[in-house]
Design a protein around this ligand. Structure first.
Ligand SMILES: [Fe+2]
Ligand SMILES: [Fe+2]
Length: 537
């Protein structure tokens, strides 16, 4: 059976094979570079056979390694490993430590792609020790160690590796190696927000990429340099760089890089308040990312578009995009995407909290008596959740639910919300609609956390006297009961149009009188949590 990419040998191929092992190895390389993998495999295998016969161990070690790497690309992991292991042993036996180190480097690469990061790191280090005499090998190995450190979030370590990689490439005047090293140094410096360093490295990388005629690297340099300009609020320079990069990516047909260029241009427009242009560029970025299948690119472009919608007050759309991005980040693979996934997820969740918090606060601003209500409810509720031993996931659910629990109040007329004195039964019926209206506002938003029960049922009571559905007992989810109890506590301890704020002791006294509203263990956890907070204050 033929695998994709396999080719029928050209008819005009000379039938007589060159006899020497070294020539067979060269032929194998030529075929491999041309993408003719079947032919490459045949020649490498023939080279191995010939070298074993003639005892040319240097050729043998290299042919074994190259054949191993081809098998690796064909997903034949065991074969790949055993060939490279043999290559390593051959290199060692003949005392050629550079050849042995090359084999180790290949084996480390297999470990890395299989997710065995620690094994990969250990082998890269052994390769450095063995083959450090070869500057070229040192440059590549240090670069790999830098990438490893980078995806684990060890930025200072990554920086040191890239610097050593640069030193190695400089010592042999390998301009391409240097250009890549400068580029990586720029990226890590930007991640560490060392903007001066990043600026300097990107300039060097760009100059070298130009002088060696590497157009793609020039595009990447321009785009990443634009990131530095954007961070320094040099918007016009950032946009010009990104547009130039876009032109290059268009020319070389790299759609994924184009998505990143559109994303940056969109961010510039967003930061400078040109919303329509920002939306169109960020949409292009999302669409292109989707069409290339890059999860990372799609997730990041979605997050940027969400921030735009938030700044335009289009909160539902912002949350929809953030939820989608959250799902995508969950599928990220550090090895494929070469990124530190946990830092990315953390950053997304921060954005998420910021969006829901601000949305919650925007509702408070229409009700002069509840300023800061959501934030306090979130704090108190997390205290109770911890007392009950709820896990991180549930705590996140409760926090987001707390920010959004009164969302439906946007539909309650201002006069009712701010009415001094008591409400008429009709007005009270309107207020009681807010949990239902909250859910209606979020009907089309799918959350990664189960927050809708909190919004709908945070006024239900354990004894069945609550609203809107008059649920009773454990029909009410624990998360909703927690928000309910701290919501009442916050209402009592802040001043209202019809009375002043109660002291904590008085508020708890009132709540003791109606403790049938809450499940006993939740009431107890609430008391403990408030006790702890008052003691700490
Ligand atoms: Fe409420
Ligand atoms: Fe509330």
């Amino acid at each position: 059976m033929k695998s994709p990419g396999e080719r029928i040998p050209p008819k005009l191929q000379p039938s007589a094979e060159p006899a020497s092992a070294a020539e067979l190895l060269q032929l194998g390389r030529t075929h491999e570079r041309a993408g003719a993998m079947s032919e490459a495999v045949q020649r490498y295998a023939a080279a191995i056979e010939a070298a074993e016969r003639t005892g040319e161990r240097g050729v043998l070690a290299e042919a074994l390694r190259r054949l191993g790497v081809v098998h690796h690309h064909r997903n034949e992991a065991e074969m790949a490993r055993s060939l490279c292991q043999k290559s390593y042993e051959t290199g060692l036996a003949m005392g050629d430590s550079v050849l042995a180190a090359e084999a180790l480097n290949a084996l480390a690469g297999f470990d890395f792609e299989a997710g065995a990061i620690e094994q990969a790191r250990e082998k890269f280090y052994r390769a450095l020790e063995l083959g450090g005499a070869s500057a070229e090998l040192r440059g590549r190995t240090e670069q790999n160690l830098g990438i490893l450190a980078n995806i684990q979030g060890a930025l200072a370590e990554a920086l040191a590796h890239y610097q050593r990689s640069l030193g190695a490439f400089e010592s042999i005047a390998d301009d391409r190696g240097c250009a890549i090293a400068y580029h990586n140094l720029g990226m890590v410096s930007a991640d560490r927000e060392l903007w001066d360093d990043a600026d300097r490295y990107f300039r060097r990388s760009l100059d070298m990429a130009k002088s060696i005629g590497d157009v793609h690297l020039q595009g990447l340099g321009l785009l990443n340099h634009a990131e530095v300009y954007l961070a320094r609020q040099h918007y016009e320079q950032a946009r010009q760089n990104a547009e130039a990069a876009l032109g290059i990516f268009d020319q070389v047909g790299s759609r994924l890089d184009k998505a990143d260029a559109y994303k940056l241009i969109g961010r510039v427009y967003r930061e400078t308040g040109r919303h329509a242009l920002a939306e169109s560029r960020l949409r292009s970025a999302v669409d292109l990312a989707v069409s290339t299948g890059s999860i990372l690119s799609e997730a990041e472009a979605s997050r940027e578009l969400a921030l735009l919608y938030q700044s335009m007050g289009r909160n539902q759309e912002a949350l929809k995009l953030l939820n989608a991005a959250h799902r995508l980040f969950g599928r990220l693979d550090a090895r494929v995407d070469l990124v530190d996934v946990s830092t990315k997820v953390l950053k997304l969740e921060e954005t998420y909290f910021a969006v829901v918090r601000e949305w919650g606060q925007s509702i408070e601003s229409s009700d002069s008596y509840t300023f800061g209500h959501c934030e306090r409810v979130a704090d108190y509720a997390l205290g109770v959740a911890r007392e009950l031993g709820l896990d991180e996931q549930q705590q996140t659910t409760i926090r987001i639910g707390a920010y959004l629990h009164d969302l439906g109040k946007v539909r309650v007329p201002h006069e009712i919300l701010n009415k001094p004195g008591s409400l008429t039964p009709e007005e009270f019926r309107v207020i009681q609609m807010h949990p239902v209206w909250g859910l209606e506002l979020l009907a089309t938003v799918e959350f990664p956390w189960d927050i809708k029960p909190i919004i709908r049922w945070h006024h239900e009571k354990y004894d069945g006297t609550g609203y809107p559905d008059r649920l009773k007992g454990d029909e009410i989810p624990v998360n909703a009961q927690i928000i309910c109890i701290v919501d009442v506590f916050d209402a009592l301890t802040t001043s209202r149009s019809y009375r002043g704020a109660l002291t904590v002791a008085d508020a708890i006294g009132r709540m003791q009188e109606c403790r049938t509203w809450w499940r006993p263990d939740i009431f107890e956890a609430f008391l403990r949590s408030i006790g702890r907070m008052s003691a700490a204050a």
